[in-house]
Write a protein that binds this ligand. Structure first.
Ligand code: FES
Length: 486
């Protein structure tokens, strides 16, 4: 079979591939980390590259049939959430340095801590390079099921090794001096990073292959001197990241009836307090992460992240200033809320015209509005059914903790205006930042915290929403946008 040389600009990377290989596959082989939210299915239109004649083509749909020079987009400076609430603990003090690692679907963060004082000495973050195999976890699991777990595990481990060295370098220490680490991630990220077969996550009852805590030797997983503590999972889509959030909030000691929500491609949530806790997961889809939205993008430079009304006129804010390039999740939520207030979108979700143009680069289509309806209905359905299961009306929820990047940047009033969160809860919303990462920090610092995370996971009831007879009806009921708060 013929093979051809592909040269990528502006970096000059070169790779030789067989005829028929797609440009996306060639980019991955060349060590680039292309943005491919749909995993190369040709749906999202986000993998555009420029050929020598100036034409722009989707890399995943373009097979190679000659030598080519291709210009690829330069990586956006992504906005990565590293701050969080601060939970106090007493460090064991037997390691001079410890590391906490948060393996998110979109981003990876590593925190290097002083093992005696608990102080954060350095941190490093990057986009999860697994994004080249798809923005959502299902695309990545499908990739692993076709090709085996090694390349996916290697991809994330290489990135984590880089972050560990970077954080250690910033603090002026040798990574081998790190005596313990703790790792959190959703169940799919947990399995993919550890090289565990993720197939059980794709079929009912969607249970993880591994639920309990694990303690693994460093080296293979992270280039550190000590062992790696891996937090436990609760269910297939309620993972160690949720357990990390519960650990950081001391969820089983809360007196107030509290709702913890971490919104990503899944909305993972827990409702309860010291009297008991129930968790569920709802398939929110990647709309709030920019995928499946015509002008959607990650929260990075050029993304419209907030839209608001001033003197009756629509205004917006762009991350990093400058020209708007697209719309990230928080901007999308705001835009829909504003257009609802102005009557451009009806309560049933119909857009007045074919599309609404916010600025030259950002247009909202009817299909986009429908995607928002599906995503917000999934989350609202989860909240309503959790409350029903625990036998309380949603109005009795006293605190809503929003974890994760989207939850931290969204405007609570917009989330309530579109009905994603019940409007009655608007003034009880508290963003808690990267609480999963905070939970990992606690477990890296203290064995007692690590044991506590296992206890929390064990004593949290899991609710499989899709198995409830009222799930479908509730989902349909929640599709409409709500009236403003009654
Ligand atoms: S269209 Fe190519 S990755 Fe989605």
């Amino acid at each position: 079979m013929n093979s051809y040389t592909i040269t990528f600009l502006p970096g000059g990377e070169r790779v030789r591939v067989e005829a028929g290989t797609t440009l996306l596959q060639a980019m991955i082989r060349a060590g680039l980390h292309p943005n491919a939210p749909c995993g190369g299915k040709g749906i999202c239109g986000k993998c555009l590259v420029t050929l020598a004649d100036g034409s722009r083509v989707p890399a995943c749909q373009t097979p190679v049939s000659s030598d080519l020079t291709v210009t690829v987009p330069q990586g956006d400076r992504a906005r990565i959430l590293t701050r969080s609430l601060r939970a106090e603990t007493r460090p064991d003090g037997d390691n001079a340095y410890v590391l906490a690692v948060d393996v998110g679907t979109t981003t990876l963060v590593a925190y290097l801590l002083d093992g005696v004082t608990g102080e954060t000495l350095a941190q490093a973050s990057c986009l999860n390079p697994q994004g080249q195999y798809g923005a959502d976890v299902i695309s990545r699991i499908q990739y692993v099921m076709q090709t085996g777990p090694e390349s996916m595990a290697r991809c994330v481990r290489d990135a984590l090794a880089g972050l560990t060295r970077q954080a250690a370098g910033n603090a002026g220490i040798d990574p081998q001096a790190i005596g313990a680490a703790a790792l959190v991630g959703n169940t799919a990220m947990h399995h993919l990073a550890l090289g565990i077969d993720p197939k059980p996550l794709t079929t009912p009852p969607y249970m993880p292959r591994v639920r309990q805590t694990m303690e693994l030797p460093g080296g293979e997983l992270l280039p550190i001197g000590g062992t790696v503590r891996v937090l436990p999972n609760i269910a297939g889509f309620v993972g160690a990241d949720t357990v990390g959030c519960m650990t950081a909030t001391r969820f089983d000691r809360l007196e107030e009836l509290s709702l913890l929500i971490d919104i990503g491609t899944n909305g993972e949530m827990v409702l309860g307090n010291a009297q008991g806790r129930t968790a569920c997961s709802t398939a929110a889809g990647p709309a709030f992460e920019g995928a499946k939205i015509s002008c959607g993008m990650r929260g990075a430079d050029g993304a419209v992240d907030h839209v608001y009304l001033r003197d009756g006129r629509i205004e917006y804010h762009v991350i990093g200033g400058g020209q708007a390039k697209g719309l990230c999740g928080s901007g999308l939520l705001d835009l829909v809320a504003v257009l609802l207030d102005l009557g451009y979108i009806s309560e049933s979700g119909r857009l007045k015209d074919k599309a609404f143009q916010l600025c030259p680069a950002v247009t909202l289509t009817q299909k986009d509005v429908r995607e928002v309806q599906l995503a917000k209905s999934a989350i609202r359905t989860g909240i309503e059914l959790l409350a029903q299961t625990r036998g309380v009306p949603v109005s009795r929820i006293e605190a809503v903790y929003l974890a994760g990047a989207f939850g931290n940047y969204l405007t609570p009033a917009s989330a309530c205006r579109i009905g994603m969160i019940p409007p009655v809860l608007e003034d009880r919303i508290r963003p808690i930042g990267n609480a999963a990462g905070e939970g990992a920090k606690l477990c890296a610092l203290s064995r007692a915290e690590f044991a506590y995370s296992q206890e929390l996971a064990q004593h949290t009831q899991f609710l499989e929403l899709a198995s409830l007879p009222r799930f479908q009806d509730m989902f349909v009921d929640c599709l409409n946008f709500e009236e403003e708060e009654p």
